[in-house]
Design a protein around this ligand. Sequence first.
Ligand SMILES: Nc1nc2c(c(=O)[nH]1)N[C@H]1C(S)=C(S)[C@@H](COP(=O)(O)OP(=O)(O)OC[C@H]3O[C@@H](n4cnc5c(N)ncnc54)[C@H](O)[C@@H]3O)O[C@H]1N2
Ligand code: MOO
Ligand SMILES: [Mg+2]
Length: 398
Amino acid sequence: MLSVAEALSRILTYTLPLPTETVPLTQAVGRVLREDIRADRDFPPFDRVTMDGIAIRYEAFAGGQRTFPIIGTQFAGQPLFTLTTPDECLEVMTGAVLPDGTDTVIRYEDITVANGVATIAIDEIQAGQNVHRQATDRQAGELLLPAGTRLRPTEIAVLASVGKPTVAVSALPRIALISTGDELVGVDETPLLHQIRGSNTYMLYAALQTLGIEASLNHLPDDQAKMTAGLATILQKNDLLILSGGVSAGMADFVPGVMMDLGVRERFHKIAQRPGKPLWFGTTDAGKVVFGLPGNPVSTTMCLYRYLLPFLHASMGCQSEYTRFATLAEPVTFKPALTYFLPVKLISQPDGSQLAQPLPGSGSGDYANLIDADGFLELPAEQSDFKAGEVFLILTFS
Ligand SMILES: Nc1nc2c(c(=O)[nH]1)N[C@H]1C(S)=C(S)[C@@H](COP(=O)(O)OP(=O)(O)OC[C@H]3O[C@@H](n4cnc5c(N)ncnc54)[C@H](O)[C@@H]3O)O[C@H]1N2
Ligand code: MOO
Ligand SMILES: [Mg+2]
């Protein structure tokens, strides 16, 4: 059976070729940049005052002068003033340009002002203090955000400051989420004894929203003909289909067969992992992609974080962020030759490490267990006894 790494690398050979589109900055969070962003000016663009107080020439202070007549005020947003006589000073406000002829700012807390004269009340000041010098952070023309950057609120601030009311990002794939199963009823319905409310597609929908994607929500019954007809239409209108359920060994697990009938070629079925073993993956000759996620909710969640999100990140042109580690808090034994994705709670330690407290729960149907969990610890297939203190990759829920 395919290993986790082999399965992912096979999936990543079928990434969606997404075009570039331009979106308003206010809608760009979560999206992936498709242009390089350079500094249009120095950061900061001028010597910026960082404290409210007075600006002087340090030379005068070094020469023993302590009282300075105030000849004016440099507010933030005012054009540059010039101090022509070094034995005088200007009041300056945080965010203002440092007046020409001055080089050092002293806080109001460290001076007294009487009759238009400032007296320095402290003995020590540093030349250049309380000034954020032009170009100390970044220089004009410097690359700030390379194409491929996923935009977080912090990057949105940078884009605003360099004058990008719109920004080129990866277009989003058209995605259909499809639950399957006759036991499922809607969120707004009251289930009978033998029924449950479907939850997987809502979980997936929420995960896609964090990438800016609005997927469609669909449901198909456990009926081969109806499933074939329904999926044929959905396949026409979408780039990516994400199904939940119907991929295992049951008499109503029609997904692999229906996909074959619709011309979707199986690229693999089943991975040596728990949960999520029956994951089905296929593509069409036209480049459409289908994930048949196992229906058990913990399996669906695990496959989302380990395969689906990396696939979407790669399609949009950015790196996945799966490089975090955590330390197993207690010994765990898992004999099968499968990668075990163990639900864990993360506990931050005073030394900065993260302890992963196992929360095995009652199997892949126990989605309530994930309420207490922060992610899955990935325990390798070739090992059976995992000791407390060993470090493993962690897939965190976000
Ligand atoms: N004989 C075997 N039986 C099973 C095997 C196997 O290898 N041999 N694999 C087991 C594993 S592992 C898993 S995982 C499940 C996968 O099942 P399916 O993908 O076929 O999914 P279903 O049978 O449709 O449903 C399984 C389970 O999940 C619930 N479900 C389905 N969809 C949703 C949804 N949208 N929201 C919430 N819950 C959902 C469904 O009610 C079932 O309880 O198969 C094992 N069996
Ligand atoms: O391996 Mo299945 O995904 O546990 O229930
Ligand atoms: Mg089944």
